[in-house]
Write a protein that binds this ligand. Sequence first.
Ligand SMILES: [Ca+2]
Ligand SMILES: [Ca+2]
Length: 418
Amino acid sequence: MMRTWQLVLTCTAVWLTVGPSPGRAEEPPLPNLQHPHAPRWPEGVTPERLSDPAEAARVAEWLAQQYPEPRPEAVRMLIAILRGSRLMGNDGWFGPAQSRFDWAWLLNCHRLPADTAEITADQFKSKKAFFDHLDRNGDGKIKAEDLDWSERQPYVIQWQFVQRWARRLDRDGDGLISPEEWQEFYQRIARNKEGGIRVADLRAALIPRGRSSLEPGDAPSVPVLVRGLYAQEIGAMNPGPALGEPAPDFTLRTPDGSRSITLSSYRKDRPLVLCFGNFTCGPFRSLYPEVEAVYERHREHADFLMIYVREAHPEDGWKMISNERQGVAVAQPKLYEERVSVCQQFCKKLQPRMTVVVDELDDRVGGTYSGMPARLYVLDRLGRIAYKSGRGPFGFKPWEMEQALIMACMEAEADQPR
Ligand SMILES: [Ca+2]
Ligand SMILES: [Ca+2]
């Protein structure tokens, strides 16, 4: 009797989900087609058909004709996917951060002419700790290149390499390399070798061969990426607020439900950092401890808030073998309570000390700020967007954000009544 009831309930649930309209159950319709920033989609084409490169190229051409340049961000990303992008961070909607706090701002703040090449410690008008962070390469001078986080900078290339290395060592994905993980890495690559690790072993372990730097089992197919784009799992379709705009207000609850946090209730005389992220985004987990480190360094003169958003790599989307190995395997929450529960898993693993709030299931805040899958903002003391990182995971650069935050703090300091 129980079984019959279960069957009836299951059938009813399936019918309610799929509805009576025609269409094969294994190819559900694209979500969010009515979203104001969703790219138009050709009639009768399912994402699954785009496994055929010729069909993908045809749809890319159709989109290119539908949207003359300059194209919306989501259209740029979709066309890049259809033309073979596997989301390596240098195409589609990925791009550099935007910041009011750049080299020109710093020179102006010091009343130095625009062609000045460097600022020395003696000339610097704020705390020594601030100088040390702005002098990224530690040569005792701040130069324009210290503030340049584009990929042409050797420092940034090295930094990305270290980040990839750290992720390979961090087997449980908590953003820290434990002594056991360090030892395990040594054993893994030195296995069957006499007398330690050779340079070639390190190279083989840290510079994987092949087209993708993703681990085996993590590389996505075109249909998975197209569905991920419309589901806003690989990123929000909205481009988010522009530099200088007032930060859109919101109220969200903490994961324990005990508090509601409203953005506009934060102090007006100091900067505020917004950190967007989710549990299943591996690069975000890997870098989150660095955001916490920035929080510890600057909590005395700035506010911080983390907004927990939609999962990037749920089991029913672009699932990652590397996540499963780390015990990070969750379906995309269908209820707010489920998202809260995944956020609690995140909190258990990453132990955030800054305040965390959970976005509503309709992604009202993550969507507005283009916060999915991960992104950083610095709001100035007037609540305007002063720094907006590139889209995560590639644009998620905590140390770039820290430099902008330091300059936002210098600006706030200079404005204080004396
Ligand atoms: Ca320097
Ligand atoms: Ca670890």
